[in-house]
Design a protein around this ligand. Sequence first.
Ligand code: DAH
Length: 335
Amino acid sequence: MAALDDLREEIKRLEHDMRERLAAVDDGASLDAFRADFTGRKGRVSQLFKRLGRLDPSERSEAGRLLNALKKRASEAVALAETETRRERLAKRLGDERVDMSLPGVYSSFGHLHPLTLVQREIESIFMRMGFSVATGPEIETEYYNFDALNIPVEHPARADWDTFYVDESTLLRPHTSPVQIRVMEETEPPVRIICPGRCYRRDTQDATHSPVFHQIELLWVEEGLSLANLKYVLEIFTHEFFGEGYEMLFSGDYFPFTEPSVQVHIKAPGAADWLEIMGAGMVDPAVLEAVGYDTETYTGFAFGLGIERMAMLKYGIDDIRVFLTNDLRFIRQF
Ligand code: DAH
């Protein structure tokens, strides 16, 4: 019986060691060593199995039972160690890769629309609420749409005011949005109620109120029974909606080949000393309506062309038109 008791002692010691070592397994290397030392072919469990042969046959079945139980526990310990190491490795990796969500993020600016675009859209929406729709035309325009159809024949001195940058003999960068009136009327039967925003080009020398590149919004309303009073009413509503209280509007006589009578519209900001011209306007000259085949006995119309930059300058108290083009973010960011 002494040999069996010895074996029991050995098993107890082995299990004690195994528990200690198991607790210390924390990485791949210590796991491999643990596996080799206990369940490996030359490990301590195998060594104990070798003792079976030396035991008295009467003790062998009991010893075999004890050793098999030990072997099973050793394999379980290895499996547990494997799981633990994997978990520890994962925990370590997660720890290393930890992202501190409390850190401030990387700021990215999305920017916003240019003040001229904002003003253009605001003007569009005011007129769209009044029943106008938005039309556009080309920036590179023919002499026909730019001059002839607008009642500005070749020899007419007014042509010189709008002679701009020619692309070839009869094509130029449009100096105003008025040609869009013709393009729309050619395609549409009256009534016509449109606004046409767009970029224009002039031989103007750059100064605080002039720019060779600028933007206009054209308006055209052709229907039965329209008069200058209707134009004034539309402009009053518009001025009120766009500028708010306190802005004053003034009509003065002017001349445009495509309107008769023609007026210039001026606006004065509250408290300002000077009036600023914001648009030319008038009743569409019958010659223009005739050029697109409208019946001038039935239809009359009015039109205007306003400068978007000037509207923005008045509204926001900007005193130099050049700031719209210089891309100075200190200016742009204020909108
Ligand atoms: N096209 C003119 C300009 O650029 C402005 C203008 C005046 C437009 C009278 C109109 C109008 O539609 O009726 O100076």
